[in-house]
Structures are given as structure tokens and as C-alpha cells.
Design a protein around this ligand. Structure first.
Ligand code: ADP
Ligand code: MG
Length: 291
């Protein structure tokens, strides 16, 4: 039996269920934050009151890791590690989810692999916040929550908005140079990588500088050049992802990778394709490695 860890039964989960079923695989959904584990000589997982022996689980697809206390988030990741310790394929793998769920770690990994990524300063020392902000001379400064996604909680710090949203940031300030498109357009690209190949791509044109589909960006089919494909593949390799959604922006110095998502949404991307099914491609790769 295959598991999908998901918090909602929406479009993405339905796409995955259909793809499993098209491959004649039994699949069930589970909420990770309602799951329990039994660590004894017969390791088991419990959801909706049912105890499942790990040998009955063929693999787990992770569609979401809910926020929570540090203890809860650790425990949810521990559940994924628990499955992997018993040779169950977790997709995306737990380590890459850990590396990418936190924007600080992603930035450090991309930078260490010499992949162009925006200049970023991070502090939890409020006294350094002003000092670091002042280092952005000549560019605007973007402040992001380190556990953010879908463009939530991003803001530009400038003379009109001196103070970041302290409450939402939980005392970690991630400040990044604002990348301006050479033609001043609100455009970036999402490249979707599976098993180190770019299988789909789109241009996202935002209504504001935040180009996420969840913010109403317009999606268009896009044929990336070799340089962009290499950036996406190198980023995916640097983070050890089975599949990923890589965000690339263009500014005066060239392309820059702003994010590597281990749990990307793909509804916007799917909408620009008639001839391929992204969920099918992911599940086919997942089944290949889970045997
Ligand atoms: N450094 C930046 N300069 C300009 N725009 C940015 C920058 N970083 C992010 N953005 C815009 O904000 C969007 C969301 O940022 P991202 O880092 O991908 O966070 P999220 O996890 O919320 O998607 C990007 O798709 C892009 O449109
Ligand atoms: Mg993004």
C-alpha cells in the first residue's frame, strides 16, 4: 500500500490518487499531524485508529508538512525518517525536505555549490537587523519568513516599511537583495525537475513583484534554455531532490535561483500542458525507485 501524506483532499491529492490508480497501486491518504508511531519489535504507524505494519507500506508521497511547534515539526519529520529507516521510500526524501523547508539552509547550500542565488543576510540578533539592512545600498531589501511558501509573508523593507512583521518572523530575519528584472517586469520562471531532468517549465508573470501562482500570477508555457536547465538540475542535485520546483529570476547580472521547492504545487504548471501529466511523471519516478 502507498501513502500520501496530505493535509487536504484537493486537486493535487486527487491527481496523485489517479496516477497511483492508473498504475494499479493501492493508495491511501493520511494526515501526518494526526499520525502516531509505535517503536517496538513490530514497528507500526497509526492513522485514523488503524495500526499499519511498516512491511505493508510500499512508499509514502509527501504532499505537505504542516507548521507547528518545533517539537511537532521535528516529530513529523521523525515519522518520515522512521519510514526510511525501514527502507520505505519517502518521496521527496526526508533529508531534502529538511534542507529546503528552511530558506536559510537552501541559500547556504546553493551558495556553497556556486549556484547563483541572491545575496542574503540572516540574523536572529535584532541589534544586527539595522546594520544588515544598511548593507543593501542601491537595491531594495526583501524580507522573507524562513518557513514561508506561496509568497506568504514576503515584504520589502524601505523607508516606508522600516519594521518587518516581527510577529510572523519568529525572531529570524532573512534579508535578501531585491532582484530587478532588466525590463522591470514582474516575471520569473518555474522549472520542474524529476530525476535530474527538466520535465516542464513555465513563465510566471505576477500582478505584483510576488510572482507565485497563489498570488494570481499568470502562467505561460516556457521553453528554458540550456543555462536555465543546468541551473535547475544543479540546484536539484545540490539539495538531493528526487523532484523539485526551481524558481529562477533574471536580473542585471544574469539568472539567479531564488528557491528550490521539495513540495511544489503544480496546478499552475499543469494548466499550460495538454500533452503531459505531471502527477503521472512523478508517480512513475516514485514507483521506479520504490520498486
Ligand atoms: N530576491 C528577490 N527579489 C525580487 N523578487 C523576489 C525575490 N525573492 C522572491 N521574489 C518574488 O517572490 C516570490 C516568492 O519568493 P520565494 O523565495 O520563491 O518564496 P515562496 O516560498 O513564498 O514561494 C518569487 O516567486 C518572486 O516573484
Ligand atoms: Mg517560490
Amino acid at each position: 500500500m502507498y501513502l500520501i501524506f496530505t493535509e487536504d483532499d484537493g486537486w493535487h491529492t486527487n491527481q496523485l490518487i489517479k496516477a497511483f490508480e492508473n498504475n494499479n497501486k493501492l493508495v491511501t491518504t493520511a494526515k501526518i499531524n494526526e499520525s502516531s508511531i509505535i517503536v517496538d519489535k513490530n514497528p507500526r504507524i497509526i492513522f485514523e485508529g488503524k495500526e499499519i505494519y511498516l512491511e505493508d507500506i510500499d512508499g509514502a508521497f509527501v504532499r505537505g508538512i504542516p507548521g507547528g511547534t518545533l517539537e511537532e515539526v521535528c516529530f513529523h519529520l521523525d515519522i518520515l525518517h522512521f519510514l526510511e529507516l525501514h527502507n520505505i521510500t519517502v518521496y521527496n526524501n526526508t533529508l531534502c525536505i529538511e534542507k529546503s523547508v528552511d530558506k536559510v539552509r537552501t541559500s547556504c547550500i546553493l551558495n556553497a555549490h556556486k549556484i547563483p542565488t541572491p545575496k542574503t543576510f540572516i540574523t536572529s540578533n535584532i541589534k544586527d537587523l539595522k546594520r544588515l539592512r544598511n548593507k543593501f545600498s542601491g537595491t531594495l531589501c526583501v524580507c522573507k519568513p524562513i518557513f514561508g511558501s506561496q509568497g506568504k509573508g514576503l515584504e520589502i523593507l524601505d523607508d516606508d516599511n522600516i519594521h518587518p512583521d516581527y510577529e510572523n518572523l519568529s525572531n529570524v530575519y532573512y534579508l535578501q537583495e531585491f532582484l530587478e528584472h532588466p525590463d522591470n517586469k514582474f516575471v520569473d520562471w518555474r522549472l520542474f525537475v524529476i530525476n535530474n531532468k527538466v520535465i516542464a517549465a513555465m513563465t510566471r508573470e505576477g500582478k505584483t513583484w510576488i510572482n507565485n501562482v497563489a498570488h494570481g500570477a499568470n502562467c505561460k508555457l516556457f521553453n528554458p534554455n540550456d543555462e536555465m536547465k543546468k541551473l535547475a538540475i544543479d540546484s536539484s542535485l545540490a539539495l538531493g531532490m528526487n523532484y523539485s520546483g526551481v524558481d529562477i529570476m533574471l536580473h542585471k547580472d544574469g539568472y539567479s535561483v531564488t528557491e528550490v521547492n521539495s513540495i511544489p504545487a503544480w496546478k499552475g504548471l499543469q494548466s499550460v500542458y495538454d500533452d503531459k501529466n505531471i502527477a503521472e511523471e512523478m508517480i512513475s519516478d516514485f514507483l521506479r525507485i520504490s520498486g
